[in-house]
Ligand binder design. Structure first.
Ligand SMILES: C[C@H](O)[C@H](O)CC(=O)C(=O)O
Ligand SMILES: [Mg+2]
Length: 395
């Protein structure tokens, strides 16, 4: 088979949901007084949008081959990402064979290293990488998971992230991850409220349902330790992303501090094999949670996952819908997946990247058959009713 070459690269932005899942309308649970590192400022406590959590918006990367096949992917990077793709990264793509994914990744990473390494640049590289995997799989008329070695199980099992684990239980999920609402600056009263909410959810969900707390980088070691010990009574399964992603030392200390059996998880704001190497070698956590749309894409997640496996750690990727599912189904050290509840209440399951994608599969009764992932590429289409904006058209 002669492999097609890449003839065009296009980068678009979109507002309102999509890959920037924090870019939601008013009244959504995801922006309701959730604990953040900005919570030390009372004026930024009630809403994450008030400090700009949704300023980036969604980036859509489209890569077209000379046989007419188009691969695409979405991530959180908006207009900055569109600039980087069109003005910088496209030079490593145009004219290349669709199979040259590893070399393209290496060139994207090392050519941006002087201003990149993490954050929005890695989100952008991830978007390009995912679009390349989508393109190659479509050219080969296979799902991405087939290129990754194929499924190791018949179905995925999900826990749900959202404000209502009690409803998630009724919907068939194996667990519910709650956002923490109150930060250390809200004192003993806030700590009491954090524990009361957990107690209420334990009461509603019964003993056997997993309950987790997502702390979104909002705590310090002392507060997180206190929270963990108080939460033990209510069977908290794991305590997530308590500290700044840069505080590897704090994570190592927290992991030593928490009650035996409670898991410490983190990594959704970490990137690349080098970042995860620190988390693993410094024994910062029990489960790593790379976001495949942010950590460097599938090409990098393969390496991160192998490193984690060698350290006997689980990889349970953060969010990212189909981009995660195609990976998780192929790895023994990823035994379950996250489903982010994007319904505002959330009392029903809606596709995570709604309304941007069509054919996005969702868990039914907390599960998804591997066969739901059998369409070529990542198996999703851009919704033609969503208006895309191309801020930096090149060529
Ligand atoms: C709910 C969390 O604050 C955040 O929006 C999502 C997240 O960290 C997760 O799904 O994990
Ligand atoms: Mg999280």
């Amino acid at each position: 088979m002669t492999m097609p070459t890449i003839k065009a690269v296009r980068a678009f932005t979109v507002r309102g949901g999509g890959a920037d899942y924090h870019d939601q309308g008013a009244g959504h649970w995801i922006d309701d007084h959730i604990g953040t590192p900005m919570g030390k400022y009372p004026e930024y406590r009630q809403s994450r949008q008030s400090f700009g959590i949704n300023v980036l918006g969604t980036l859509v990367v489209e890569i077209e081959a000379d046989d007419g096949t188009v691969g695409f992917a979405v991530t959180t990077a908006g207009e900055i990402g569109a600039f980087i793709v069109e003005k910088h990264l496209s030079r490593f793509l145009i004219g290349r064979k669709v199979t040259e994914i590893e070399k393209i990744w290496d060139q994207m990473y090392f050519s941006t290293q002087y201003y990149g390494r993490k954050g929005v640049v890695l989100n952008t590289i991830s978007g390009v990488d995912l679009a390349l995997w989508d393109l190659l799989a479509k050219v080969r008329k296979e799902p991405v998971h087939a290129l990754l070695g194929g499924p190791v199980r018949d179905e995925l099992q999900f826990y749900a992230t959202g404000a209502r684990p009690d409803l998630a239980k009724q919907m068939g999920f194996i667990g519910g991850k709650l956002p923490l609402h109150h930060v250390p600056a809200e004192g003993e009263e806030g700590l009491k409220k954090n524990i009361e909410l957990l107690a209420t959810m334990r009461e509603r969900c019964g003993d056997d349902f997993w309950l987790m707390y997502d702390c979104w980088m909002s705590l310090d070691v002392n507060y997180a330790t206190k929270l963990a010990w108080k939460a033990q009574e209510y069977g908290l399964k794991w305590i997530e992303e308590c500290l700044s992603p840069d505080d590897y030392w704090g994570y190592a200390e927290l992991r030593r501090n928490v009650p035996k059996g409670m898991l410490v998880t983190t990594g959704e704001h970490e990137a690349t094999r080098w970042g995860f190497r620190l988390l693993l070698e410094m024994e910062c956590c029990d489960i790593i949670q790379p976001d495949v749309g942010w950590c460097g894409g599938v090409t990098e997640l393969i390496k991160i996952s192998a490193l984690a496996d060698a350290h006997s750690k689980l990889v349970v990727p953060h969010g990212s819908s189909v981009y995660s599912y195609h990976f998780v189904i192929t790895r023994q050290n990823s035994p379950f997946a996250e489903f982010l509840m994007m319904h505002p209440v959330p009392d029903q399951v809606v596709p995570m990247f709604t309304p941007l994608l069509l054919d996005e599969p969702v868990p039914v009764n907390g599960r998804m058959k591997a066969s739901a992932l059998d369409t070529p590429g990542f198996g999703v289409r851009l919704n033609p009713e969503v208006t895309l904006h191309r801020p930096y058209p090149v060529g």
